[in-house]
Design a protein around this ligand. Structure first.
Ligand code: FAD
Ligand code: DHB
Length: 390
């Protein structure tokens, strides 16, 4: 089989890129390790920036997002029980975010791929990347007993943090920067009315908590938990009780609880791999970088990679101009590092760190006091949260 671009990974990055390229006449295949049901069963991001939304529309996949997604012009930060609002609209110069789940984004992209009869292969095993330093790279994978070979011009590694693409770049070429946080987020999805019309990020002496949502009948809540906690250790009752302890009293009183329909623990990690290009292999999204979820940047950073790569590949195929491909890694990383800084800052500000001294705790409190006393500081938070320009 021969395609122009072979994309490894059928998460949001891979699907969005293949859809955008297909619409411009570039031939792609997406190779996904898991079944479609498995991919759609993962509950992850909930907050989209407008740059991401614009790409979804360009990919002709944005209709349901525009119909069902909620525009949020602000969110709250609770500081040990006291609520303060961050007016994103005011402090970002009129911008906002869209609350629409990653599951729905992925479903819309699969539907769009189906409508165009795009090639998406599921349950592929043992994907291997070959000869990316040559002009004739190829990818092999196993389907049952059969080994399939895909010849291509370019390979895109959009296969997430645990994928094979980054690992196929030689160790002496790749530089990795990493910070592992000493806690995770326990998340619960429940068919209940959200406790607040806008998200609430809670800093509390017992640990961080987040009240989010997917719709007016579907809530998503998170609490900070030690790294060695297991989901089985947390009954629904114990989750709700711990969440309530970390919320302002009035909010805890309003909280509607119900059975969890999904419950999982995500470890928190900051990670960047450089460069994002090796020969004819390009990394995109979580394959190249991870942020702790506090600033809602992960999926949105993946979108900026897709944006740069999409335009670079179109320039190559339509104008024989390779400047975009040559600049991809440098351009992508410049924005990626800004998302790293912001996510690290939000995480440090709002979580309880076991190793923190009383001095550091005072500094965090002072940072929050400063934030809410300075329009410039709120402006910096707002412009990062709604997404820096691509
Ligand atoms: P992935 O979604 O990981 O997709 C990669 C795909 O590749 C997967 O389908 C995988 O099965 C497949 N794959 C892996 N290995 C192989 C292989 N060897 N061969 C073939 N296929 C393979 N981001 C935000 O912007 N906003 C938020 O509010 C937010 N909240 C989050 C909350 C949580 C709890 C978590 C865990 C993450 C959150 N994120 C958020 C981050 C966001 O979910 C990720 O950044 C996003 O999923 C990245 O998309 P991706 O397509 O690059 O990678
Ligand atoms: C959600 C996740 C986040 O990491 C975040 O910052 C905001 C919302 C969510 O899953 O709804």
């Amino acid at each position: 089989m021969k395609v122009q671009v072979c994309i490894i990974g059928g998460g949001p990055s891979g699907l969005l890129l293949s859809q955008l390229l297909h619409l411009k006449g570039v031939d792609t295949i997406v190779l996904e390790k898991h079944s479609r049901e498995y991919v759609l069963g993962r509950i992850r991001a909930g907050v989209l920036e407008h740059g991401f939304a614009a790409l979804m529309r360009e990919a002709r996949s944005g209709e349901r997002m525009d119909r069902e997604g909620e525009i949020h012009e602000g969110f709250f930060i609770s500081r040990d029980g006291v609520l303060s609002r961050v007016d994103l609209h005011k402090y970002s110069g009129g911008n906002s975010v869209i609350v629409y789940g990653q599951t729905e984004v992925t479903r819309d992209l699969y539907d769009a791929r189906d409508r165009l009869k795009g090639a998406v292969e599921h349950n592929v095993e043992d994907v291997q990347i070959h000869d990316v330093k040559s002009d004739a790279p190829f990818v092999t994978y196993r389907r049952g007993d059969e080994i399939v070979r895909v010849d291509c011009d370019y390979v895109v590694g959009a296969d997430g943090f645990h994928g094979v693409s980054r690992k196929s770049i030689p160790k002496e070429v790749l530089r990795e920067y990493e910070r592992i946080y000493p806690f995770g987020w326990l998340g619960v999805l429940s068919r209940t009315k959200p406790v607040s019309p806008e998200l609430i990020y809670c800093k509390h002496e017992r640990g961080f908590a987040l009240c989010s949502m997917r719709s007016q009948v579907l809530s998503r809540y998170y609490i900070q938990v030690p790294l060695d906690d297991r989901v089985e250790d947390w009954s629904d009752e114990s989750f709700w009780a711990e969440l309530k302890r970390r919320l302002p009293e009035k909010v805890a009183g309003d909280l509607v609880t119900g059975p969890s329909i999904e419950k999982s623990i995500a470890p928190l990690r900051s990670f960047v791999a450089e460069p994002m290009r090796y020969g004819r292999l390009f990394l995109a999204g979580d394959a190249a970088h991870i942020v702790p979820p506090t600033g809602a940047r992960g999926l949105n950073s993946a979108a900026s990679d897709v944006y740069y790569l999409y335009h670079a590949l179109i320039d190559h195929y339509q104008k024989s101009d390779d400047a975009g491909l040559d600049a991809y890694s440098q351009k992508g990383l410049a924005r990626v590092w800004k998302a790293q800084r912001f996510s690290w800052w939000m995480t440090t500000l709002l979580h309880k760190f076991p190793e923190n001294t009383p001095y550091e705790n005072k500094l965090r409190e002072t940072e929050l006091d400063y934030l809410f006393s300075s329009e410039k500081a709120l402006g910096s938070l707002a412009e990062n949260y709604v997404g820096l320009p691509f």
